[in-house]
Design a binder for this molecule. Structure first.
Ligand SMILES: Nc1nc2c(ncn2[C@@H]2O[C@H](COP(=O)(O)OP(=O)(O)OP(=O)(O)O)[C@@H](O)[C@H]2O)c(=O)[nH]1
Ligand SMILES: [Mg+2]
Length: 289
């Protein structure tokens, strides 16, 4: 009678024994050089332009800042970020983020630029309008445009760029979602599907970044190298893949620099690997222009 040990079950481990995607931890130099040396092959294009979109608070602005920190080799001034609990987008303006390399008169601008956009919000008439994301992809939205959730930009608006150059157009579209979000609201998902279809029609490569892997999984918070061992994160990537229609091999988990005062090699590894993918996809697209 006594021992109940025969009926007790060990809880399933939250982590796999082996990582399911190969990552060369502790060896960032090769990716860093690849990313640093990149120049668009197409001579008509100065910058590879990346557009980030996703729900409010997904970490779009913080991701741009994290890339900046890695390329500059020191933490950048924190991005104007939204509060963790925000339901309204902090970013309201269409803005190109250029990253300077070096200091003073010898500084150059890194040839990959990022466009930050207002977040997608629940319900109609709030957050960025999906049609505005399409116009941005086509290069029609002028720098500094303040998004109006009630109505997308029209051709008559002074912020509408009538004659976008190849440089103004988007070359890679990146969808950001938080691994810590319980579910994507139906109305946000509808807007995301709308954006995906528009990107497909335009032939623009589309990838997904899953942020906040530290907050979402205690094993990853303890050690970022568990990111591809975490059962939770693997499930989340599959769930986001089927909901948004982006294949798992185009989905990349990251932890952004959100509160750190020093850079961390493992944080850099994940961000560099997605940056490399952005460059490869974007450059393939640019070549066809
Ligand atoms: N722990 C953790 N916090 C993060 C991460 N990424 C972003 N954050 C935090 O999440 C909050 C929202 O980040 P933002 O970069 O403002 O998100 P956003 O997508 O630009 O939001 P909107 O402009 O409002 O649409 C901020 O408090 C960030 O510090 C991450 O990977 N880990
Ligand atoms: Mg933002």
């Amino acid at each position: 009678m006594g021992g109940s040990s025969s009926t007790e079950q060990t809880p399933p481990s939250p982590t796999l024994v082996e990582q399911w995607r190969t990552v060369s931890w502790g060896n960032n130099q090769e990716d860093l050089q690849y990313v640093r040396r990149y120049k668009p092959e197409n001579s008509g294009i100065k910058h590879l332009r990346v557009l980030l979109y996703g729900p409010v608070g997904a970490g779009k602005s913080t991701f741009i800042n994290s890339v900046k920190s890695i390329l500059q080799g020191r933490p950048a001034i924190p991005a104007a970020a939204s509060a963790i609990t925000a339901t309204r987008s902090f970013t309201k303006k269409y803005q190109t983020h250029k990253i300077k390399e070096g200091r003073g008169s010898s500084a150059t601008v890194y040839p990959v630029v990022f466009n930050d956009i207002m977040g997608l919000e629940e319900g109609t008439n709030c957050g960025v309008h999906p049609e505005d994301i399409k116009l941005a992809m086509m290069g029609h939205v002028k720098e500094g445009h303040l998004f109006n959730p009630l109505a997308p930009l029209t051709e008559k608006d002074p912020d509408y760029n009538q004659t976008p150059s190849a440089d103004d157009k988007i070359h890679v579209l990146v969808c950001l979602l938080s691994a810590n979000a319980s579910e994507i609201k139906e109305s946000v998902l509808d807007k995301m599907n709308n954006v995906r279809e528009m990107a497909n029609d335009l032939g623009i490569p589309h990838i997904m970044i899953i942020t906040k892997v530290d907050e979402a999984c205690p094993e990853t918070e303890k050690n970022l190298r568990n990111v591809y061992k975490s059962n939770y994160l693997k499930r989340k990537m599959k769930e986001f893949s089927s909901k948004v229609g982006i294949t798992v091999n185009c989905i990349f988990p990251v932890k952004n620099y959100s509160h750190e005062i020093h850079l961390n090699e493992d944080v850099d590894t994940l961000i560099l690997s997605v940056l490399k993918q952005i460059i490869d996809f974007g450059d393939d697209f640019i070549e066809q222009l």
